[in-house]
Design a protein around this ligand. Structure first.
Ligand code: SIN
Ligand code: CO
Length: 381
């Protein structure tokens, strides 16, 4: 288990002073850091079809980006190259442990663990990210520079694929050593080049924008065949100009649309599915002989077993007027309020044992849902 120490700050002090505000260098955030994998294992993952990866090279100032999966690693040259693999927490249990120390931040905000391996001089160039990120230094050393948000900085695309940003003034300029961490808020320009072969782990966050939210909400309305209420105007009176769309009519259209956003049930159902949706494939292995709820109830009552959550699983819950809405990997389930402690075992922890679940006295509804989740391979023992 990795123990995070944010300099001399408590987690709350970090949130108050730095989170979404300013970048922070956390020297020895993890002391005696042990890499959860090595470059060979990372390369193995980059050969898989279902795992997103790329190699970025910068030879003689010419940037190139190659999309995985890779059959060989010719492009990962001894200098000036980087292999980047997305969502490694979905595929590698030891690497997934690196997300755990950051779960003091609400879990729906956590996105994935991206891992990069860079050879000396390798990096992706100066760029901005739209999301918060903690970059952990593993094996090797890397020179990082981080600046503050500056709307005048121009972004441009290298070789049609790599979005970079022009030269910026750094407020952090450091060589990261194993166990050091950089926290970078959204919009802060940054660049990192390996000094020696280096592994870096990026704990990335999610922050949906209005476009993402509204288009996903529209999809949900279509999928659930909601939003059938139509514009009406039974108080219509004659007006001087027949070509005008009046302010009253504009407001009535807006109210018609807002009624959907104000429908708490619809809104929470949609939000649960969209925020719990993984963006990357999962290493799902449904059980061959599905269990029934009675078997799972027996296991919870009698066995000394523990349940583990599949890496990359997104599980959240919301309180609704009369029950709890639990959302797991894009699917919603309703359980009685009395299941709150059982639900928290699913959403707040990556594993628990049968005794802990038994102590919550879960309802039959909960056991049935948990049985489904076990049969799908989302929890396993
Ligand atoms: C990298 O590890 O090369 C990229 C990390 C980042 O800049 O977000
Ligand atoms: Co970045």
């Amino acid at each position: 288990m990795y123990q995070l120490k944010i300099n001399d700050l408590s987690e709350q002090e970090f949130l108050t002073q730095f989170w979404q505000k300013k970048p922070l260098l956390i020297k020895q955030g993890f002391s005696n850091f042990q890499d959860p994998l090595d470059a060979n294992e990372l390369a193995g993952l980059a050969m898989e079809d279902s795992i997103e990866s790329r190699i970025v090279t910068n030879h003689n100032n010419e940037w190139q980006s190659h999309q995985g999966p890779f059959e060989d690693f010719e492009q990962l040259t001894e200098q000036h190259s980087t292999l980047l693999v997305q969502a490694v927490d979905h595929w590698h249990n030891d690497a997934a442990q690196l997300l755990e120390p950051f779960r003091f931040i609400p879990n729906w905000r956590i996105d994935d663990l991206m891992i990069s391996y860079s050879t000396p001089g390798g990096g992706v160039g100066a760029h901005l990210d739209q999301y918060d990120v903690f970059i952990i230094q593993g094996e090797g050393k890397r020179h990082w520079r981080v600046g503050l948000p500056d709307p005048s900085l121009k972004q441009f695309t290298q070789n049609k694929t790599l979005l970079q940003v022009e030269a910026f003034t750094a407020v952090i300029d450091c060589i990261l050593e194993p166990g050091d961490i950089l926290y970078i808020p959204p919009g802060c320009p940054h660049e990192g080049y390996a000094v020696e072969n280096a592994l870096n782990y990026s704990v990335g966050f999610r922050a949906p924008n209005q476009q993402d939210l509204l288009s996903s909400f529209a999809d949900h309305i279509i999928d659930t065949e909601s939003g059938q209420k139509r514009y009406t105007d039974h108080n219509l009176t004659l007006r001087e100009s027949k070509g005008e769309l009046s302010d009253t009519e504009v407001d009535k259209v807006k109210v018609l649309m807002q009624a959907l956003l104000n429908d708490h049930t619809l809104f929470k159902q949609w939000l649960g599915t969209t925020l719990s949706q993984p963006k990357h494939d999962m290493d799902l292995m449904p059980v061959e002989q599905p269990f029934n709820a009675a078997q799972i109830a027996d296991a919870i009552n009698s066995d000394d077993i523990s349940f583990e959550r599949l890496g990359g699983t997104r599980a959240i819950y919301q309180q609704t007027a009369d029950e709890l809405l639990v959302s797991v990997n894009g699917e919603n389930y309703s359980v009685p309020n009395s299941d709150l402690n059982a639900v928290k075992l699913l959403t707040d922890f990556t594993g628990f044992n049968a005794q802990q679940l038994k102590n919550t006295a879960p309802s039959l509804v909960f056991i049935e849902i948990f049985t489904t989740l076990i049969n799908e391979g989302i929890w396993f023992n």
